[in-house]
Design a protein around this ligand. Structure first.
Ligand SMILES: Cc1cc2nc3c(=O)[nH]c(=O)nc-3n(C[C@H](O)[C@H](O)[C@H](O)COP(=O)(O)OP(=O)(O)OC[C@H]3O[C@@H](n4cnc5c(N)ncnc54)[C@H](O)[C@@H]3O)c2cc1C
Length: 456
């Protein structure tokens, strides 16, 4: 079947129905945008390709960084947008657009306070371990620490507000007139096509990690790695943006993760590293400074023999990691091995005992990779999980202004086209090492809220 045209003239099209604000994608960005648009008095409709809202949001840990929230104040954590912005820029070595960084950092507390206060999302601050690069404890998560809970609660909030979410409809074609988006053609699973006219359009359909061809073109260094995000995110926003002459930036930027249990395919929280755990390759040898971050860990692990490593930690750290539903699932599936002694650890992992002993003993300040250990040394009983590296989501995309309006390549905004979440260019620099924990959902909830509230 020939590919449908991505952009077509609106002239002569009689839309099947019309709506004020049309939102493509029902992940965090789309659902937050819908709530904000509704609150601003607009009639909002969300369309979603899948049978139910999920997206990469549902696969995530659902942790959202925010600076200066009511929850942080209650926990005695002094934080502000300027500090947060500085952390984002430091991780990305200053490669981000400073205006976008400020917009996200400034909007973060407002978004969390609003979701908690107005929509009843029961966030709490993760206050028992640090994420690399964050100078304050500012990760906000729901009780299960899972993105499934985040998307389910956002969907429930939309339902309560009476916002329609129409599933099983994939947006294929945008109808344009001059510089305006007039509507969208959607395809149902049975092939039927319907059209919806709109006064404005919000693209919340994430990036292109689900398109192997686009990944190979823009980020060849991670092409072929395990794809751990949502398959339906095939780069539609990027294709539309290219066809419309939109500004695109940092298409080589992505979040990887080097701590995915193998072969179980379960995310193991990076807390096991920040609390003092280490990674060794299949010869039992350390190979890098793990404290740099989990995104760049994907390449570090994939460059080792068989593209695998063992992450070694202990029972104290496992108790902290257990707050994550994913970690509990990994334990239930037998991915986490335990051992009372180093000799037993060598046995259950199959790693050479001497190399393992030497790797765990070497904790200089800093060690030969430059890592500084500030947590207690690992102590029995030990834990170990075999891991590999994976691609989680792309971070480049459409350039937007302070109202989340998509920009033309020359910097002029489109009057009625917005982008949020992974559809928009994020704040993770130009490659993998610029990703500061939580940059993904930060762009989803803050830009989603701004895009939803804009317009009219
Ligand atoms: C395992 C994992 C863990 C993560 N953990 C975290 C974390 O703890 N904190 C964090 O900040 N980030 C995390 N991330 C990243 C985070 O999940 C994403 O950045 C975020 O979910 C993006 O939200 P979104 O709404 O833009 O996209 P999504 O949640 O992916 O939603 C996009 C939706 O658009 C739909 N769609 C796509 N194309 C179309 C179309 N043409 N028509 C109709 N619908 C369409 C998709 O089906 C999908 O439902 C993680 C990612 C993964 C994979």
């Amino acid at each position: 079947m020939a590919e449908p045209a991505r952009i077509r003239p609106a002239a002569g099209v009689r839309f099947d129905l019309g709506v004020e604000t049309l939102i493509v994608g029902a992940g965090a960005a789309g659902l937050v945008a819908a709530l904000a648009a509704h609150e601003a008095g607009q009639e909002a409709l969300v369309i979603e390709a899948d049978a139910a809202p999920a997206g990469s949001t549902a696969l995530s840990a659902g942790l959202i960084p925010a600076a200066g929230t009511a929850l942080q104040r209650a926990a005695g954590i002094a934080d502000d947008a300027a500090l947060f912005a500085a952390d984002i820029q430091a991780k990305a070595k200053g490669e981000n657009d400073p205006a976008l960084v400020d917009l996200l950092a400034r909007g973060s507390a407002r978004a969390i306070d609003w979701l908690a206060g107005r929509h009843g999302l029961p966030f709490s601050v993760v206050d028992d371990f640090d994420y690399p690069g964050h100078s304050r404890r500012r990760m906000h998560g729901l009780p299960s620490r899972s993105g499934r809970e985040l998307v389910d609660r956002l969907r429930a909030a939309c339902e309560e507000a009476g916002i329609d979410i129409v599933c099983n409809r994939r947006a294929e074609t945008l109808f344009t007139e001059d510089d305006l988006i007039r509507g969208v053609a959607l395809r149902a699973p049975d092939g039927a096509v319907e059209t919806i006219g709109c006064a404005r359009l919000i693209l919340a359909c994430n990036g292109f990690g689900g398109s192997p061809a686009l990944v190979a073109r823009h980020m060849p260094q991670i092409a072929g790695a395990l794809w751990f995000g949502h398959d339906g995110n095939r780069g539609d926003a990027l294709h539309w943006g290219e066809a419309l002459g939109a500004g695109l930036a940092h298409l080589g930027a992505y979040q990887g993760h080097g701590n995915v249990a193998h072969p179980h395919g379960i995310l193991i929280t990076w807390a096991v590293i920040t609390e003092g755990g280490v990674q060794v390759n299949l010869s039992g040898q350390r190979f890098w400074d793990e404290s740099q971050g989990y995104s760049e860990a994907a390449r570090a692990v994939l460059s080792q023999p068989e593209g695998q490593a063992w992450t070694i930690f202990d029972a104290r750290i496992a108790a902290i990691a257990r707050q994550f539903a994913d970690f509990r699932a990994a334990e239930a599936q037998g991915a986490i091995r335990t051992a009372g002694t180093l000799a037993e650890l060598a046995e259950v992992t199959g790693l050479p005992a001497e190399a393992l002993r030497a790797s765990l003993a070497a904790r200089g300040a800093p060690d030969r990779f430059g890592r500084i250990f500030s947590k207690p040394p690992l102590a029995p009983p030990f834990c170990a999980v075999r891991v590999t590296g994976a691609l989680f989501h792309t971070q480049g995309g459409l350039q937007v202004d302070d109202q989340a309006r998509v920009l033309h390549a020359d910097g002029r905004p489109f009057a009625n086209l917005h982008a949020a979440g992974g559809a928009a260019c994020g704040v993770s620099g130009s490659a993998d090492a610029g990703y500061l924990s939580g940059n993904g959902l930060l762009a989803a909830v803050v830009l989603g809220r701004i895009a939803g509230a804009a317009g009219r």
